[in-house]
Design a protein around this ligand. Structure first.
Ligand code: SF4
Length: 182
């Protein structure tokens, strides 16, 4: 729901959607029109179609115990799941040792370690994913905290609009800070 949609708009729909479809099985069984109706107001309906297909694919054997794969590769194989979503679900839902790079994390990694990298190009994105992977802590539990912290840093401190270097916890190792502010 959060792909290209603000949190405030998603919050209005998220609880309601879960009330209508509390399990992957209930979503898998639903008629497409009912899923679209529950998605009404969020736009970008390809997400709803993908989510419906995803539920059907994991609930296929009908044993009532559909669960998502817990690793990034398994998650990537599902409809509508990209690299970031796979990493986020593996890390935050299953506490797996998985990297994730969204816009905020990409900005932080670039500014701290690789100011010369162009994150709009494929090679730059691959370099940032490699950095994110190399930085992972040793355990899944610590990775959960590490990934949350990286996202928060990008959302609240090292933002697209302004760099709050004066209160940044990674200032001492930041290449951008060293180049511009020291
Ligand atoms: S020191 Fe400044 S540029 Fe570096 S990560 Fe922190 S806020 Fe961003």
């Amino acid at each position: 729901m959060l792909q290209q949609t603000q949190v405030s708009r998603v919050l209005l729909k998220y609880g309601e959607f879960l009330e209508r479809f509390p399990t992957l099985e209930s979503l898998a069984r639903a008629r497409p029109a009912r899923v679209m109706d529950a998605w009404n107001g969020l736009g970008y309906y390809a997400r709803a179609r993908n989510l419906h297909r995803l539920a059907k694919s994991v609930a296929r054997d009908g044993d009532g115990e559909a669960v998502l794969p817990n690793d990034p590769a398994g998650l990537r194989a599902l409809p509508g799941v990209g690299a970031y979503t796979a990493g986020a679900v593996a890390s935050f839902a299953f506490e797996r040792r998985a990297a994730l790079v969204d816009t905020n994390v990409a900005r932080v990694l670039r500014r701290v370690f690789a100011p010369g990298v162009d994150a709009t190009r494929g090679a730059g994105q691959r370099a940032l994913w490699a950095l994110a992977t190399a930085l992972l802590p040793r355990t899944g539990r610590t990775t959960y905290i590490h990934n949350q912290a990286l996202m928060e840093l990008g959302a609240l401190v090292c933002t697209a609009r302004i760099r709050h270097c004066d209160r940044c916890p990674v200032r001492a190792v930041c290449a951008t800070y060293a180049a511009n502010d020291s």
